[in-house]
Write a protein that binds this ligand. Structure first.
Ligand SMILES: Nc1ncnc2c1ncn2[C@@H]1O[C@H](COP(=O)(O)OP(=O)(O)OP(=O)(O)O)[C@@H](O)[C@H]1O
Length: 433
């Protein structure tokens, strides 16, 4: 066990391998991991994480196990981040007092710029601030700042598996051990980890998610006043930029936080100067510096992280869930994929004729060996035409297909009957041991 004494505004940065146990215990003072407070004396597992334990006022920490690296850093951007939180907090308070809309915040930036960590900090600080009383019309009431977290990053999947667009209300701190709440997320299955081949579907699902979030906000003043924190893809060039802009407009974002990149900041500032957000004011584009601690991940590390995320969906973050392996009759499975097959390029069509195939339609998929190792979404849809606009209930993973007996072996979260009879597939494959 090694002890570290941190002075105010310092952080202990470390990377803990997924194969080794590493724990942190707060011995004295106060400290937080991405905005979630550590409790004095309680041991927190850091296995498989790159992170920083930050202190505003100083603390003493004990580290057990062998992190891949560990060091104390005193140069962090957290003061500018908390100032940003304070501005958002004030806007939420005003919205709560007036029954209006709170800030919808989009966090944008290239890959490995600290977007997901920033979202976590903003959400955790917002949840912690809800215990501060708000003064409204001479009554002391409790602020209900439970912002909705929206994840449009199909590459990683912080709420659920990769390949999805998802949203969830955040009512309690997001800790390193438990992650985001999983009780009632709103999830749409895109089915791919990059938007390139299905950009129309990506736009369509962003619009669908936004319209559901709009109607939730219009039926609850608390939900509206708490606003949203939105994580986006790290793909910010070309098509990635167009999709980011589309999401900002569709969400009616009020604030766009740009991590690090000057070019993206300038592009967005110019392009959004007359755009009005949900609060009725011009969108504010703010540049923030990225933390020097943000880890750079190779494409194979990302792929491993995606596989780990899918495994975690079935087995839980600490392996505490017990999924079941079930044999299904292939002839009873109704599997579909989005799109109606490859479309001819416009240049190959007679002049004036539009491309006929529709990416927003679904096509039936014959259950075959091709589906082995695929992740399938279980849809709430009642008919195939409703598959794309319907949110999904959960996921199954195809472990094996036996074409002679027509049996499909699936891994499912529980032994209960599937909550829907239609399954949606994409291009996400993984191997779960
Ligand atoms: N201050 C820090 N010290 C150590 N590690 C950090 C720090 N901030 C972030 N990290 C880690 O760096 C990695 C990348 O950060 P993060 O996921 O926030 O970036 P991102 O921009 O959302 O990435 P991407 O969009 O490419 O998936 C994560 O593992 C995160 O936990």
């Amino acid at each position: 066990m090694t002890e570290y004494s941190l002075k105010q505004l310092q952080e202990l940065r470390l990377e803990a391998n997924k194969d080794k146990d590493v724990f942190v215990t707060l011995l004295e003072g106060s400290a937080e991991i991405f905005g979630a407070e550590l409790q004095l004396g309680s041991k927190v597992s850091l296995r498989g994480n790159a992170l920083a334990v930050f202190t505003w006022h100083g603390c003493k920490l004990a580290i057990e196990g062998e992190p891949d690296f560990v060091y104390v850093a005193e140069d962090t951007p957290n003061v500018s981040y908390i100032n940003c939180h304070q501005v958002l907090h004030n806007l939420r308070q005003e919205a709560q007092a007036s029954g209006g809309q709170g800030p919808r915040v989009v966090v944008a930036g290239p890959t490995d710029s600290g977007k997901s960590s920033m979202c976590r900090m903003l959400l955790n600080w917002a949840v912690r601030a809800q215990h501060q009383p708000t003064y409204v019309d001479l009554d002391i009431v409790r602020a209900q700042h439970q912002p909705t977290y929206v994840d449009l990053d199909i590459g990683q999947g912080s709420i659920t598996v990769p390949g999805c667009l998802a949203a969830t209300p955040v009512e309690a701190p997001i800790t390193i051990e438990e992650g985001y709440p999983t009780q009632a997320p709103l999830v749409y299955f895109f089915g791919h980890t990059s938007p390139d081949k299905q950009e129309e579907l990506y736009r369509y699902l962003v619009d669908k998610l936004c319209s559901v979030l709009d109607s939730r906000a219009s039926s609850s003043p608390e939900v509206a006043a708490a606003g949203m924190v939105v994580n986006t893809m790290g793909y910010v060039d070309g098509l990635g930029y167009e999709l980011l802009l589309h999401a900002i407009k569709s969400l009616k974002a009020d604030v766009v936080l740009v991590m690090e990149q000057d070019r993206l900041f300038t592009q967005l500032t110019n392009q959004l100067k007359s755009e009005v957000g949900a609060m009725g004011k011009t969108v504010s584009v703010v540049k923030l510096y990225k933390s020097g601690g943000v880890a750079q991940r190779s494409s194979s590390a990302r792929q491993q992280a995606r596989a780990a995320r899918i495994k975690e969906y079935f087995y839980g973050p600490d392996g505490g869930l017990q999924p079941v392996s079930v044999d299904l009759d292939a002839t009873n499975m109704r599997v579909f994929r989005s799109g109606t097959g490859p479309r001819p390029p416009s240049s190959a069509l007679p002049l004036g004729q539009a491309r006929a195939a529709n990416p927003l339609k679904v096509t039936p998929v014959v259950v075959s060996l091709e589906l082995e190792q695929s992740l399938l979404a279980v849809s709430h849809a009642q008919v195939p035409d409703q598959l794309l606009p319907s949110n999904v209930a959960g996921f199954v993973w195809i472990n094996g297909v036996d074409v002679t007996s027509n049996k499909v072996t699936c891994l499912m979260p529980t032994s209960a009957a599937m909550p829907g009879s239609y399954l949606l597939t994409g291009t996400i494959k993984t191997f779960i041991q």
